[in-house]
Design a binder for this molecule. Structure first.
Ligand code: NAD
Ligand code: MG
Length: 401
């Protein structure tokens, strides 16, 4: 990593700055001193070029990148008269990630976040990882790039951030298990028959967290927790059987670590991503943030229950992927992204998402295999092709009936 004097403002880049994580990251930066305390290197978005341009101008970014090549002209026009450079397309995103930021927020949703995040890690930036798909699809590779670059990997996903806060690295030998908490989403108590007919709008209404639409629907199907189980295994180098999930509807305990003396350490807080983002931004110091403080007397109680992997088969699929290792995370994620988009587009029903992912995993064998970046992209591509065929088959059947 580039040496800088400790008094120089930190250089930061935010990939996916126009999304939920990205906007929260800029809000934390603003709160911690804005342009006086940080230099914004790159900001990126995809569809919303007006917002991207407004953010880049307000924060004095060096470059703004839209992932959509067709939006270059719109972005350039929105930046007219400012000193912000404009760029567009996936290659420009990687080039921006290779700039010498000290810290990068990986806040792009989905597999599209992998290439820029790997580039920033390889170059040596500290990576604040919100995008879970990177680790799910390419866990080993990702660790290798972090080691090559020498930066730190700081989890932002609230559960993994919580674990990071209570995972005593020097006591790793006495850590027995990680307990991921899950709110259970909007359909925690809904019976299976009713789940078949829920709509994307119903699925996107998360009871506790305000997030992007894809992760909100993944929370409803518990595919979000499935991805997080695989993410936790890679992040903390655990065996599959050391990762547990417990339903905790209040989302106050963000996750826990169990030790060999019977102690369980937990991190608690209001469901507000700014805590995890701030933690990753100033680690190992804790920033002062204007988030809601917990009032235990008014909370009164915290509830827990076992997850139901009959109604939420995504959890079983995650176990299968964790035990198979190799490219199975990439297969699960690629198929899931296609199934999720098909559900959002109204082509398949809610419960069909897990059916499709399970079938793709069976067809591809989910086996090991050398984990090179080419192999990861190939596994992702093949999983998507098969998932699209399955979606097409199902939508054709539902039109015929
Ligand atoms: P979002 O949909 O609100 O924002 C996604 C961002 O990625 C936007 O800036 C969008 O323009 C950009 N983007 C979308 N498609 C792209 C593509 N093909 N190429 C490049 N950029 C693209 O999503 P979000 O809720 O902010 O989530 C971002 C990531 O963080 C996801 O991986 C999610 O799982 C993870 N995460 C989010 C939260 C949360 O509270 N929102 C919590 C934990 C983890
Ligand atoms: Mg999470």
């Amino acid at each position: 990593m580039t040496e800088r004097s400790s008094s120089a403002p930190r250089r930061v880049s935010i990939f996916g700055s126009t999304g939920s994580i990205g906007c929260n990251t800029l809000a934390v930066i603003e709160h911690l001193g804005g342009r006086d305390a940080f230099r914004i290197c790159a900001l990126s978005g995809k569809g919303n070029t007006d917002l991207l341009a407004r953010q880049a101008i307000a924060f004095g970014a060096e470059i703004a990148v839209t992932a959509d090549e067709n939006r270059y002209t719109a972005l350039k026009a929105a930046l007219a008269g400012s000193s912000v450079e404009a760029a567009a397309g996936p290659a420009a995103l990687i080039e921006a990630a290779e700039r010498d930021a000290d810290w990068c927020m990986a806040g792009i949703v989905g597999m599209a976040g992998l290439a820029p995040t790997l580039a920033a890690a390889r170059r040596g930036a500290d990576i604040a990882l919100a995008n879970k798909e990177c680790l799910v699809s390419a866990g080993e590779l990702f660790h290798r790039e972090i080691e090559t670059g020498g930066g730190r990997l700081l989890p932002v996903d609230s559960e993994h951030n919580a674990i990071h806060q209570v995972f005593e690295q020097d006591q790793r030998h006495s850590i027995e298990r990680i307990i991921l908490t899950a709110s259970g989403g909007p359909f925690r108590a809904l019976d299976a028959a009713k789940m078949a007919s829920v709509t994307p709008d119903m699925a996107a209404a998360h009871p506790n967290w305000s997030m992007g639409i894809k992760i909100s629907i993944d929370s409803a199907s518990m595919f979000n927790k499935a991805l997080e189980m695989i993410e936790a295994m890679h992040l903390f180098a655990m065996r599959p059987d050391q990762i547990e999930v417990v339903i905790h509807p209040q989302s106050v305990i963000h996750s826990m670590v169990g030790y060999s003396d019977g102690s369980v350490l937990a991190q608690l807080g209001a469901p507000d991503m700014r805590t995890a983002i701030g933690y990753s931004l100033t680690y190992p110091r804790r920033p002062a943030l204007p988030v809601e403080r917990l009032d235990f007397a008014s909370l009164a109680r915290l509830d827990f229950e076992a997850p139901d992997d009959e109604r939420f088969p995504s959890l079983r699929l995650a176990r299968r992927a964790m035990e198979s290792g190799g490219l199975s995370g990439a297969v699960l994620n690629g198929a899931k992204e296609v199934a999720l988009e098909a559900f959002i587009d109204g082509q398949i029903g809610f419960l069909e998402m897990a059916d499709i992912v399970g079938t793709v995993m069976e067809r591809l064998g989910t086996g090991g295999g050398a984990v090179s970046i080419e192999a990861v992209y190939e596994a992702d591509r093949t999983a998507r092709i098969i998932a699209r065929e399955l979606v097409a088959g199902r939508s054709a059947r539902s039109i015929a009936t």
